[in-house]
Design a binder for this molecule. Sequence first.
Ligand code: PLP
Length: 447
Amino acid sequence: MRVAEQTAEKNDIERLDREYTLGTWSRQRDFDPTQIVDTDGPRIITADGDSILDFSSQYVCTSLGYDAERVCDAVNEQIRTVPYVNPGWATEPRARLSEKLAEITPGSLKRTFYSTSGTEANEVAFKIARAYTGNHKILSRYRSYHGATAASLSASGDPRRVAEGPDVQPEVPGMVKGPDPYAYGSSLDPDKSLEYIDEMLALEGGTVAGVLVEPLVGSNGVLTPPDDYLPRLKEIAHDHGALLICDEVMTGFGRTGEWFASTLFETEPDIITMAKGLTGSYQPLAATTVTEEIGKYFESNLLNQGHTFSGHPTACAAGLAAIETYEQDELIENAREMGQYLKSELESLAERHPSVGERRGIGLHQGLELTRSTEERVPFEERSDKVSSNTTVLDDVGAHALDNDVYFYTSVNTIVVTPPLTIGEDHVDEAVAALDEALDVSDDAMD
Ligand code: PLP
């Protein structure tokens, strides 16, 4: 697609959207969306007829690609029978989805509270952890994104500085941040990151309700922890009276080659939050699943939380059909297999392009961190895409790939490579060829 031409000749829908919609995370003068009119397997089709291979899964959402018939049928059927009742009534899709989530989540995770976004799923987790432990603080990490409302944004330690403006400050009190096990561009010793968190929890004096982490960090640069990190973190959290909350909004539902990244790291979180892949984003649905023990606590204690759309039957029907699709089409196995292939192809890109500092990731949750100096391991831009509307080298690399009809999500100095779980080797080859060309742009911009 030719981005510049597209901007010059906006069609009516793009003009209307530009004029009447407030665009997310942007100055409105920079909000200039391209109209998508159709989809095809892992591709999105623009109004101009460009067919773009989607290697982002749209913020890591459309893991099923765009032709999951079972999900469409389930939604159609449900919407014609019981499209909606309030959460005080039982419906078959909600009951069956809750049972299914108990089956596929690790260990004794059993009971689920539903909401409609990853943000809300985390807010619910905070409330549950606070009620259950009697503590009020949440410890999260500097490189993390947990959502856009007050508490979840305050828990996000995002270097894009989304939480710094006067519109979102002051933060919700009681949020503490610790270091990440991130080696590439940090002078903090990643091997010591757990010791720091242990010490921080001790210094907080038993006031922390939950330690919240993305098991494999997503939009903050696809940070992969050491294998024993998550189980050790759980032990440390428990030693200080805190629960382990795993935010699997991005990593859930097969992305890493297991149902959940917690499973991959052999850890049973006390609370797990999910969204995106739960329905493959055919419907907005999020979930907060807790262990049997925490569930029991609320038998006699008030669960002080509710949403009108909690357990929306049509969304739950989509969730159930999505899980059936992951199972019957063996998409998690495919994520494992294609993940291996993608990883080796990205490794060769990293060898060929000096501006690729590091490849990281597991399964189909991969990322390439860019650098302007191989020796100094520094990013092209000190701060982020959100603090100015200037285009960055990272943006330019993404735009170049898009010119070759492949779309990547770019975030925090990283090209995030997260295709739908339905892809084959030919899709990987097509995406890697586009990226190979695009990375010449960052190579040329190096010091
Ligand atoms: N948690 C993680 C790990 C995410 O990546 C996101 C969104 O990208 C969220 C939470 C927030 O989810 P939502 O945008 O659905 O509110």
